[in-house]
Design a protein around this ligand. Structure first.
Ligand code: PMP
Length: 495
């Protein structure tokens, strides 16, 4: 085992040898996690943290069966997928058995970025087009190709420039987006948000270019836990397909039963994609991902004559692990658990919204929940500071790990391991309630201070005005007296 370092030494070595662009959680007091188990993580002093953010440790940190499957396969053989192996074909069979029948062909990769990169390649090859429609605030990975379709990154001051062949459609956020339920209370918001996609498709087609693909997370996570309005995806997919494009669902965060009611989040939207990308939860912490598509799209890729080879994609260890993960989701009924606990969490969080003005919106599906913090309910203005304050207090005081996201970084995100239980939900809720109560007190105090400062400033102003008035009057009296004396003086002199 590697040498045990003190936390200070770890920080020092990290600062020296790890690129500073790799940002830490809780930067002012980073966590040193040395062990994980189920829905808990433990630091170097043995302090236990309730993990509400790790959607990667899907069936629970270090699930013994996943560890066993990986270790056993590691001790048997790990090689590339140019050799026949049962774990690979069984993984393909199980994964596709969870999908609609048209999605029957897999390509295995090592990460979500690789999956999305390959999905773009498949779509561009199939349609012989280049253009891609992506959603505002989307994140699809860290490779050059997927950074280009990730406004989450290129919208930043230091981000790359958007290429002309990438088109950004609005994020279908009905609370804080372009078309809200408040601004358009009686409108078909699904149709309103899908229209820009149809417009881009038509415009590009008129240019003789067309659009290769529309890519979107089935529920946008980096956009701030977004639940699109009814009919949105159906209308968007229809517009894309009518003009010859294909539809890609990024299920990297939201797949594998997290949404509770379904195994895949796209199923909740009533659509069947042409290409689905999966990763993160699939390996429970081990790097594995896949692209699942139709036989036609896979055939067109084969017809290029260029073989697809990925050294680690689909190696027996990764596949054994993914097989174990999918088996555990079923055996431990984790999808059902996500549904039941999700309903409970949403109900209780909605109750918090009733009680606390700072909670603007509560939304989610299964164990994918967003709590949007606002400084003003009426205007829905984002309260980034409050979100950050909550994230830090939850960790420092309650040892509960949550995160914030969204374009204004004011949406508290919950996406815990799927073994999260009722007790864990209550632990989170109790802690969160304490934080919201303290936040309210602090905000009231701050407001009272502000009011007192403003009142003091106004009083000082008034006093100054009054003093100025007295001085002016005195000066005037003095001037008048001077004039009188001068007059008397003149009189005396003339006598
Ligand atoms: N798609 C989505 C929706 C993601 O959230 C992420 C990672 N946060 C990726 C793709 C990229 O996955 P990876 O980091 O495994 O490359």
């Amino acid at each position: 085992a590697s040498q045990q370092l003190s936390k200070a030494e770890t920080i020092k070595l990290r600062n020296k040898h790890i690129g500073q662009a790799c940002k830490l959680f809780y930067r002012s007091d980073p966590l040193k996690i040395v062990r994980g188990q189920g829905q808990y993580m433990f630091d170097e002093e043995g302090v236990r943290y309730l993990d509400c953010i790790n959607n990667v440790a899907h069936v629970g940190h270090c699930h013994p069966e996943v560890v066993r499957a990986g270790a056993l396969q590691m001790a048997t053989i790990s090689t590339n997928n140019r050799f026949l192996h049962d774990e690979l074909v069984q993984c393909g069979r199980t994964l596709t058995s969870k999908m609609p029948p048209s999605l029957s062909v897999c390509f295995f990769v090592n990460s979500g970025s690789e999956a999305n990169d390959l999905a773009l390649r498949l779509a561009r090859n199939y349609t012989k087009r280049q253009d891609v429609i992506t959603l505002d605030h989307a994140y699809h990975g860290h490779l050059q190709s997927v950074m280009e379709i990730s406004p989450y990154k290129f919208n930043q001051p230091g981000g790359a420039k958007k290429p002309d062949y990438v088109h950004v459609a609005p994020c279908p956020d009905i609370y804080g987006g372009q078309f809200t339920d408040k601004l358009y209370p009686n409108a078909d918001l699904g149709a309103l948000y899908a229209q820009p996609i149809a417009d881009i498709c038509e415009r590009q087609l008129a240019k003789g270019q067309g659009v290769a693909a529309f890519i979107a997370e089935s529920l946008q996570s980096c956009g701030g836990q977004i639940l699109p309005p009814a009919g949105y995806f159906q209308a968007a997919y229809q517009a894309v397909r009518r003009t010859g494009g294909v539809c890609i669902a990024d299920e990297v965060q939201v797949g594998f039963g997290r949404v509770g009611s379904h195994y895949w989040a796209f199923e909740t939207q009533g659509v069947v994609p042409d290409i689905v990308c999966v990763a993160k939860p699939m390996g429970n912490g081990h790097p594995v991902g896949a692209v699942v598509t139709t036989p036609e799209i896979a055939q067109a890729f084969h017809d290029t004559g260029i073989a697809y080879f990925n050294t680690y994609g689909g190696n027996p260890v990764s596949c054994a692990i993914a097989n174990a993960v999918m088996r555990i989701i079923d055996e431990e009924q984790l999808q059902q658990n996500a549904q039941q606990l999700g309903e409970y969490l949403l109900r209780e969080c909605s109750q918090l919204k009733q009680e606390f003005e700072s909670v603007g919106d509560v939304r989610g599906m299964g164990l994918f929940v967003g709590i949007e913090m606002v400084s003003d309910r009426e205007t829905r203005s984002p309260d980034t500071q409050a979100a950050h304050w909550l994230v830090n207090r939850m960790k420092q005081l309650h040892k509960v790990l949550i995160s914030s996201d969204g374009p204004n970084d004011n949406v508290i995100k919950l996406k815990p391991p799927m073994c999260f239980n009722h007790e864990n939900a209550d632990e989170f809720l109790l802690a969160f309630r304490e934080c919201l109560t303290t936040l309210r007190q602090e905000q009231l105090q701050a407001r009272a201070m502000e009011a007192a400062t403003a009142a003091a400033a106004a009083a000082a102003d008034a006093a100054a005005t009054a003093t100025n008035g007295v001085i002016a009057t005195a000066a005037e009296t003095l001037a008048n007296k001077t004039k009188l004396f001068e007059r008397q003086d003149r009189l005396i002199k003339s006598v």
